[in-house]
Design a protein around this ligand. Structure first.
Ligand code: NAP
Length: 287
């Protein structure tokens, strides 16, 4: 019940109408008995600074930030967590003295989601499909692990090269290389973990996969699609057809939310609560 002590968190973005973050955050508050409510705020172009300052003035405990503001919000923060700075994108604002500190919970969220689905990275070969904002962040996360190699595949190969150079700089070794999407048949060897980080296959274009060539899927041991709508993407279907395990991005969405909630409230969320909310999310997505 909302009363005079209720704290508020929110999501700023444009659009925000499709979000299922309120389901995640309000259920977390309910389950952990914290007097908190979470609401979406549609922030029009040019209003981002006002939104951040206004949120602080209204005593908001924290905010999530979504497309298209994950980079643009950075100049309006009082502080930034080193990982978010390295990734260059902020999706969570935590209230501090005089303003907000920015964090990136997308990547630790993806890591927690993949580990909970049994993925291991040490000594593994990884292929990342895409070279956008999220692919770059995934690369930064993986470059910190002891992976054997990372191959970045993108339609615009120059974008992949920029990220690969950056990752090699972080790792201090030639861990990352690139391949143009049109040359995907030249991917060397097999036994790769594939992470699908393009927009291809998202609702409503559910019949598309960024790679259609079946021989690619034979080289993959298991795959993770960051897209979660539809739940069973074409990329996942093509992997499953080859007898490989495939997961969608819904758990990443859950865990980025849990990590944000833990930062705001300094409470630890149990696996049991995480599982409960995941089931609710699946139910909602299937409606
Ligand atoms: P982005 O910066 O716009 O990058 C889009 C990427 O997709 C680029 O590599 C682009 O290639 C590629 N691409 C787009 N259309 C293509 C096509 N027709 N054929 C081949 N490649 C194509 O996007 P982003 O922010 O990184 O997001 C990527 C995906 O991650 C989205 O699907 C988003 O929904 C998902 N995501 C999921 C979560 C989660 O919690 N599960 C969180 C964040 C994002 P070019 O460089 O050649 O244009």
């Amino acid at each position: 019940m909302i009363d005079g002590y209720t704290r508020t968190c929110g999501l700023i973005g444009n659009p925000v109408e499709h979000t299922i973050s309120p389901l995640i955050q309000n259920t977390l508050a309910e389950k952990s008995d914290f007097n908190l409510t979470y609401v979406p705020f549609h922030v029009n172009e040019g209003m981002l600074e006002d939104a951040v300052r206004g949120g602080f003035a209204l005593n908001l405990l924290g905010m999530n930030v979504t497309v298209p503001y994950k980079n643009d919000v950075i100049p309006f923060l009082k502080d930034i967590d080193p990982l978010a700075k390295k990734i260059g994108a902020v999706n969570t604002l935590v209230r501090v003295e005089n303003g907000y500190k920015g964090y990136n919970t997308d990547m630790p969220g993806l890591y927690r989601a993949m580990v909970s689905d049994g993925f291991e990275f040490d000594g593994k070969k990884i292929v990342i499909l895409g070279a956008g904002g999220v692919a770059r962040a995934v690369g930064v996360m993986l470059a910190e692990k002891d992976v054997e190699k990372i191959v970045l595949v993108n339609r615009t190969v120059e974008k992949a090269q920029i990220i690969a150079d950056e990752l090699n700089g972080y790792a201090g070794r030639e861990v990352a290389s690139v391949l143009a999407l049109k040359d995907i048949d030249k991917l060397e060897g097999d036994g790769y973990i594939a992470i699908q980080a393009t927009n291809v296959g998202m609702f409503p274009k559910v019949d598309e996969a960024v790679v259609e060539d079946e021989s690619f899927y034979k080289k993959i041991v298991k795959g993770y699609d960051l897209v979660y709508n539809p739940a069973n993407t074409k990329f996942m279907q093509l992997l499953k057809k080859q007898g490989k395990k495939a997961y969608n991005g819904l758990k990443m969405l859950l865990y980025q939310g849990i990590i944000a909630y833990e930062l705001w409230t300094e409470r630890k969320i149990s696996d049991e609560t995480a599982d409960y909310i995941y089931d609710l999310m699946v139910e909602t997505m299937n409606k």
